[in-house]
Design a protein around this ligand. Structure first.
Ligand code: ADP
Length: 483
């Protein structure tokens, strides 16, 4: 029975007292924090409060970090037994768990994502990546990647702002397990948890120089990519920058893995369990404000159930709580930056201009900070830019189809191929569809599920190589193809 009664939630704010943010940070090089020269602010996107001043690494800083990483590689880390390396990784994982609340609060303040997500998803998964790879460190010869697999050397790792600590874990854990040392650069808008991770490395007494963290923007990233002392580049970010990196490393001997954009199809067949599907659609596009490369941003509905799904989806969206990311009841937090908000606004305006129909639930957005209401566009066709380009925000484009074959053709009609979702009660249909879809990760009757044991990566412009699982290890070992 439906009633009009609604609950008013009392505020449930998480305390920020657990974190100590320094007014200014330097780089973490050779096991120590060293002062930077130039600085830029990092802000809380929910309030626009300046949280700290972050160092912008130039050539001398990147040189020093690469030198420290090389020294640690040749003198310590590559000589250490896998069993010993594993102990350090276990230690890091345990400290991350012990300090999980501190990491979660810091992530939410710097990124704008709801505390519920940083607490229940980002931080536990980051620790899980270290635990998982700690287990591999002394078993590399049994991974089916050759009898005596050897590390590559120094890895340069560049990560985005959507899952700051989790992306660090995806990069650092396999590199270290395989015996490499790293120079990592967090994104300019979310450097704080990487800097806290540097403290964890000190606390774990990780040998100096095994992990080096330099902060900065794209110019620092480019210095890492083009540094001759680096053996491997691992990048997660936009397809645009991924292409620049691919061109830069093509004439070199550097290995490279790229995790780039996506425009995932989330396909709902007429036999799908509708209520469960609606939850999956919401999770697929509104999780982490839609700042997810594998977000289910193209909803493909079989015509016979389209009306029912849309009706229920709109009802469900009315109940999404947008607002203070530090409130434990919040579902959708702040957009990460002013620049990203401008991109979302611009592409959504293109959707209006192209004739798609925009709908958002009534929701009051805070006056300060960067916000965008959960939005769906119906009447979208394949030619629309909002069906083709990654919006990277809480915006869902809805298309329809009549036959399963048409669904597959529409789903594959994209330059990307990172992920896809299938909603159907028939196992045979799910298996058939998953074999036709050109996407690296396919979820059935669920969405946005991540696990360190499962390889993640894309087809086409979504990237090169895989991260996670046994496949992800291969990308940090010599002479093993990572495709
Ligand atoms: P987004 O558009 O989502 O911000 P980017 O691809 O621009 O994603 O950023 C991802 C990461 O790549 C960030 O750490 C950023 O500083 C870095 N970056 C940006 N431009 C370059 C570049 N030309 N070379 C290397 N790294 C870069």
């Amino acid at each position: 029975m439906e009633t009009d009664m609604t609950f008013e939630y009392a505020p449930a704010p998480e305390s920020r007292a657990i974190v100590t943010i320094k007014p200014k940070y330097g780089h973490f090089i050779g096991g120590k924090f060293v002062p930077g020269s130039k600085h830029f602010p990092t802000i809380n996107p929910a309030t626009e409060e300046v949280l700290s001043q972050i160092a912008l690494a130039g050539k001398a800083d990147v040189d020093a970090a690469v030198k420290a990483a090389r020294k640690a590689y040749t003198s310590t880390w590559s000589k250490m037994s896998g069993k010993e390396r594993g102990k350090y990784l276990y230690r890091i994982a345990r400290i991350m768990q012990e300090r999980a609340r501190e990491f979660a609060v810091l992530e939410t303040l710097d990124n704008g994502k709801p505390i519920r997500e940083s607490r229940d998803t980002d931080i536990p998964l980051a620790a899980a990546h270290f635990f998982y790879h700690a287990g591999w460190a002394d078993k590399l010869e049994y991974a089916g990647l050759g009898t005596s697999p050897k590390p590559l050397g120094v890895a340069g790792q560049i990560i985005p702002w959507n899952f700051p600590l989790l992306m660090l874990a995806w990069k650092v854990a396999p590199a270290l397990a395989a015996g490499n040392t790293v120079v990592l650069k967090p994104a300019e808008s979310t450097p704080l948890t990487a800097l806290l991770f540097a403290e964890v490395c000190q606390q774990a007494e990780l040998p100096a120089g095994v992990v080096n963290i330099v902060t900065g923007d794209g110019s620092t990233g480019a210095l890492i990519v083009n540094h001759p002392g680096i053996d491997k580049i691992a990048f997660t970010g936009s397809t645009e920058v991924g292409k620049i990196i691919a061109r830069a490393v093509a004439p070199t001997k550097k290995s490279v893995t790229l995790e780039l954009g996506g425009k995932a199809a989330n396909i709902v067949f007429d036999d799908a369990p509708i209520d469960e599907t609606v939850e999956g659609i919401v999770n697929g596009i509104f999780f982490n404000q839609g700042h997810v490369c594998c977000a289910g941003s193209r909803l493909l509905l079989q015509e016979s159930v389209a009306e029912e799904v849309l009706h229920k989806l709109k009802n469900r969206m009315e109940k999404i709580r947008v607002g203070d990311p530090m409130d434990k009841n919040t579902d959708v937090g702040a957009i990460n930056s002013k620049e990203q908000l401008a991109k979302i606004i611009e592409l959504s305006a293109v959707g209006d201009a192209e004739g798609a129909e925009r709908w958002s639930p009534a929701c009051e957005l805070p006056s300060k900070g960067f916000w965008f209401a959960p939005t769906i566009f119906t009447g979208v066709t394949q030619a629309h830019r909002i069906a083709r380009e990654e919006i990277f925000g809480p915006v869902l484009s809805v298309l329809t189809f009549r036959t399963p074959q048409e669904a597959i053709e529409k789903a594959n009609n994209t330059p990307f191929g990172l992920s896809a979702g299938i909603w159907s009660e028939k196992g045979s249909r799910t298996l058939w569809a998953s074999q036709q879809l050109r996407a690296g990760v396919i979820w059935a009757n669920t969405f946005n599920k991540f696990d360190p044991t499962s390889p993640f990566g894309g087809y086409k412009e979504s990237g090169w190589g895989r991260e996670g699982g046994r496949h992800g290890l291969a990308a940090y070992l010599k002479g093993v193809s990572h495709e």
